[in-house]
Design a protein around this ligand. Structure first.
Ligand code: FAD
Length: 382
């Protein structure tokens, strides 16, 4: 079958590997230029926590070892109190299970290389989907050379992220449910560079500075640095809008994040130049429709974008690929039937992780601090 996948992000590339392995001819369209030639997008999360759910999917296409070779295991979280006290909370009772800090760019490149190396796969960059007709199978794209139309799609799978153009097209259809909920919080990335040739903090942990109504986290990068992410309100006291001068930023960090500030020589430059990203939950249904000529489906963030506080968005998208592959096997590669089955099985899981991710923001920015405080008191009284 000729399949068109829109979006060569994490999920689109992995999905292409699964489909090509089943013998389908896949054309993968991506709006960006080839990431192996262009630089990384500034402001997009630089590294991701990939857990066993995601690794299981990678293992099935033989990519787990290659991905894990560049990963840093984080067997627990390290809480930073305002006075600099550290408390480690392991993620598993015996301390052996870990989530893995992985560079988004490296992961995307590994997946893209793997997809491109599969027989029957063509990857087309600089093509931004602008329209699609499931009646005729025609896809319209914006390209650097102007608009183009392609007439060949029997199956179109939208893996084009939270602001999916494929989903936008489905949204016009009667009976299509869609909601988007923005948090009043944004995120901004900062860096703690390597210090004296090594990590400035323990690289075997996800670091958290819980500060009640806001927080900062940090994940280790392979090169010895940490990528920190501020999750702050967009407006009001202590917000991105409020802290709008170097003096205010310095004063705020000195008061709330003094240990981190001491490790951030480029704090003011990063703060001034890195954008504030939005945090949004997108829900929709159905994830598939059967047109006259074309069946259209959604996968990954295009079907269910969630806030990042459980570190499970990409993991969930990878699980979608595994489930769709399973449904194709069960239906003899009947895409319409397989996509319906895949939605039946995955939708409730996607809705559940969306809720858990929202709840975990409160856990991370607030409750972990009280647990860390109690643990410290126990140690003091022991
Ligand atoms: P995307 O990664 O958004 O990829 C979509 C692709 O489609 C992109 O390449 C885009 O250029 C392309 N595209 C978009 N529109 C078009 C178009 N019209 N035509 C052609 N191409 C198009 N998840 C985790 O599992 N662990 C984490 O630790 C984690 N941390 C995160 C931290 C932050 C701050 C954020 C914002 C998210 C985090 N996530 C994490 C979530 C994760 O980033 C997403 O779930 C994941 O990237 C979804 O992959 P995707 O391929 O579905 O979409």
């Amino acid at each position: 079958m000729k399949v068109t996948v829109v979006g060569a992000g994490l999920v689109g590339c992995l999905l292409t590997c699964f489909l090509a392995r089943r013998g389908h001819e896949v054309t993968l369209y991506e709006r960006r230029s080839n990431p192996r030639k262009a630089g990384a997008e500034r402001g997009r999360s630089i590294n991701l926590a990939i857990s066993e759910r995601g690794i299981d999917a990678l293992r099935r296409v033989g990519l787990d070892r290659q991905v894990l070779a560049g990963a840093l295991p984080m067997p627990g979280r390290m809480m930073h109190a305002v006075d600099g006290a550290l408390t480690f909370q392991p993620y598993s009772a015996d301390g052996t299970r870990a989530i893995n800090s992985i560079s988004r760019g490296d992961l995307n490149r590994i997946l893209l290389d793997a997809a491109e190396a599969m027989p029957g796969v063509e990857v087309v960059f600089d093509h931004r989907l602008t329209g699609l007709s499931e009646a005729t199978g025609t896809l319209s794209f914006d390209t650097p050379g102007g608009p183009v139309e392609v007439e060949k799609a029997q199956v179109v799978l939208g893996a084009d992220g939270a602001f999916s153009a494929v989903r936008a097209h489905l949204q016009w259809r009667p009976g299509f449910d869609f909601s988007q909920d923005y948090l009043d919080y944004g995120y901004k990335e900062l860096t703690i560079p390597a210090k004296d040739g090594g990590y400035a903090m323990d690289p075997g942990a996800l670091h958290i500075w819980p500060r009640g109504s806001s927080m900062m986290i940090a994940l280790p990068d392979p090169g010895g640095s940490f990528t920190c992410t501020l999750f702050w309100p967009k407006s009001g006291p202590g917000s991105f809008a409020d802290l709008d001068t170097p003096a205010k930023v310095e004063e705020h960090f000195a008061r709330h994040y003094p240990d981190a500030q001491a490790l951030m020589p480029d704090l003011l430059d990063d703060y001034a130049h890195n954008p504030v990203g939005h945090l949004v939950t997108m829900r929709c249904s159905p994830w598939q429709i059967q047109g006259e000529q074309t069946v259209v489906g959604l996968i990954g963030d295009a079907a269910h974008a969630i806030v990042p506080f459980y570190g499970q968005g990409a993991n969930a998208g990878f699980e979608d690929c595994v489930e769709l592959d399973r449904c194709l096997a069960e239906t003899g590669d009947d895409f319409a039937a397989a996509l319906r089955l895949y939605q039946d099985r995955r939708k409730r899981h996607a809705d559940t992780i969306a809720e858990l991710a929202l709840d975990n923001f409160i856990e991370m920015r607030d409750r972990v601090a009280s647990r860390a405080f109690l643990a410290q008191k126990k140690v003091e009284h022991a």
